[in-house]
Design a protein around this ligand. Structure first.
Ligand code: PMV
Length: 311
């Protein structure tokens, strides 16, 4: 059995696909779980009760995500055949909402399978991250690699996508940050949002390079503020980052409403998080304002509001 957490991107989504830095943190209270057990029946059975899925690997469609994970692990450990087994996955992380549910499920299955196959010594965060990235590529086309990195390493990271080897840097948090994570309830495809940004970048490279540069500068300033404990500087940086994401057309009326509501209710900053168009937004609050902003977000239509602290 193994688990992996969800994640939130604090700064730099989308621009991270184009080599600008981004900051992401694990969302440890929402987790994906994979259980691998020996089977008495022949074959490899894949069960995802949340999705109502129960099938044999041999019957899985070519693009099935769980089947892809198993193939990745089998190739990585160089086994010509796999033993009969049952793989059951479940997740508390809502799908298609910017919280990294796909990467978390993959990472949990990779770890649980490695253990079951007696190769858990291989399952370092780097190995789990690399295999998870390969599966993400199948579904997302051009993922930056930040999701698989955060869920596999399970620590806050400053991330830059690079040829050959990504730049992954843990950073220190001088003063705790209190964040609310609010779900619009609107499901949105990362692949479509990322593809739309790519099309607009191709049509208008000067404008989009400038937007990405702006996100990169904000992320660098945010990292400095987190490391020096300058929490007051972070709220305005979130607001600026959200404005750039709006210009990239990845916000939505629901996200904008929750961002405006959070700030009006006393959050020091707020922005969408992840691919956008739906999914989740985040708001930075003081412990004193947490309850008020939480209630305001629910009143403004948020389907769920989580509280998390980066310490
Ligand atoms: O919405 P999510 O959790 O899939 O996050 C996507 C983050 C992007 O920067 C938009 C894409 C990427 O691959 O980094």
């Amino acid at each position: 059995m193994a688990t992996a957490p969800g994640k939130i991107i604090l700064f730099g989504e989308h621009a991270v696909v184009y080599g600008r830095p981004a900051i992401a943190i694990p969302l440890t209270q929402l987790r994906a779980t994979a259980v691998v057990a020996s089977a008495t029946q022949p074959g490899i059975r894949l069960i995802a009760p949340d999705l109502g899925q129960d099938m044999l690997l041999s019957d899985a469609p070519p693009d099935d995500p769980l089947a892809a994970v198993i193939r990745q692990v089998q190739t990585a450990v160089n086994l010509p055949t796999l033993p009969d087994m049952t793989i059951t996955v479940s997740s508390q992380i809502p799908v298609a909402s910017g919280l990294g549910s796909g990467a978390a499920i993959t990472a949990a299955v990779v770890r649980a399978l490695a253990e079951f196959l007696g190769v858990s010594h291989l399952a370092t965060p780097e190995w789990v991250s690399t295999l998870t990235y390969e599966v993400e590529k199948i579904h997302h086309g051009t993922p930056s690699g930040i999701d698989n990195t955060v869920v596999a390493y399970e620590m806050p990271v400053y991330f830059i996508r690079q040829q050959r080897q990504n730049h992954i840097e843990p950073f220190t948090v001088a003063r705790p940050l209190h964040l609310l994570v609010a779900d619009t309830g609107v499901r949105s495809s990362t692949k479509i949002a990322v593809g739309d940004v790519r099309r607009q970048w191709q049509e208008n490279p000067v404008k989009f390079e400038a937007l990405f540069d702006g996100c990169g500068r904000i992320t660098q300033a945010a990292r400095a503020a987190i490391e020096t404990g300058d929490v007051a500087a972070l709220g305005p940086l979130m607001v600026e980052n959200h404005a750039l994401l709006q210009e990239m057309t990845v916000s939505s009326p629901e996200l904008d409403r929750l961002v405006t509501t959070a700030i009006a209710a006393g959050a020091s900053g707020a922005k969408l998080s992840g691919a956008g168009r739906g999914g989740n937004m985040i708001a930075l609050v003081t412990p004193e304002m947490e309850t008020v902003v939480h209630a305001a977000l629910l009143a403004a239509g948020a389907k769920r509001v989580l509280i998390t602290t980066l310490a």
